[in-house]
Design a binder for this molecule. Structure first.
Ligand code: HEC
Length: 207
């Protein structure tokens, strides 16, 4: 028996509070057994950990975080595909020109999307230039008010180009390609922004 245990037992027999030998800056530490209920929860946690570890890593009954995330991603992609299919089903050249592009609420929503996501490269006035010291500086995007539609001048061609971005084999514009906005915007937003562009170029999209 060492000195500490003796001190401890002695104090315990006397019913006194047991303190550890050391002291730091006047701070002392109790030397008491943890209550059984506390130890019990601790042992349960150890058993739970072992069972959980084995079930999670050595049986196929629980799916891992990785599998959960992959499953969720597939679901999101399927939802997007369904949404796109639904939007495309109701959308054609005529509907875009006569219904969407003439509805002020739709073109306003399209303009808001355009200012937030597109104006950086195509400029708010669609000219794809920025004026600095009275000098027009070209921005990376194509002008959207020059009556030239590189990838087809039908409303659905424009929708497709915005949705899917520059086609894989196309050289782009001055070497710059555009991303597929369908990855970022919903099909509805792409249709709205297309309607906005049509409303700004009515003479290009006369039926
Ligand atoms: C990071 C710069 C950038 C942003 C942001 C951007 N674009 Fe583009 N956009 C380009 C480039 C570069 C091209 C030319 C691509 C090509 O020729 O293949 C282009 C081409 C286009 C075209 C084809 C124009 C034509 O003359 O045929 C359309 C339409 C268009 N963008 C619409 C949009 C819309 C709508 C958005 C916002 C949702 C957007 N762009 C955001 C860079 C951008």
């Amino acid at each position: 028996m060492n000195e500490e245990t003796k001190r401890g037992s002695y104090a315990r027999e006397k019913g006194e509070v047991v303190l550890r030998e050391h002291e730091f800056d006047g701070i002392q530490e109790y030397d008491q057994k943890l209550p059984n209920w506390w130890l019990f929860t601790f042992y349960i946690a150890i058993v739970w950990f072992l069972v959980h570890w084995c079930v999670y890593y050595y049986t196929a009954s629980a799916s891992t975080d990785d599998e959960n995330i992959r499953g969720a991603m597939v679901e999101i992609q399927q939802k997007k595909d369904r949404e796109l299919a639904a939007t495309l089903a109701s959308l054609d050249d005529t509907t875009l020109v006569t219904k969407w592009a003439t509805d002020p609420a739709i073109t306003a929503a399209g303009e808001a999307t355009f200012l937030a996501s597109c104006a950086a490269c195509h400029s708010a006035d669609l000219s794809a230039t920025m004026v600095v010291n009275n000098q027009p500086i070209p921005l990376p995007g194509r002008p959207l008010n020059d009556h030239h539609w590189e990838y087809g001048g039908k409303p659905m061609d424009v929708f497709k180009l915005i949705n899917e971005g520059t086609p894989v084999n196309a050289p782009g514009y001055n070497g710059a390609k555009m991303q597929a906005w369908g990855q970022v915007l919903s099909p509805k937003q792409v249709a709205e922004v297309t309607a906005f562009l049509i409303s700004k170029n009515p003479e290009d999209f006369k039926n």
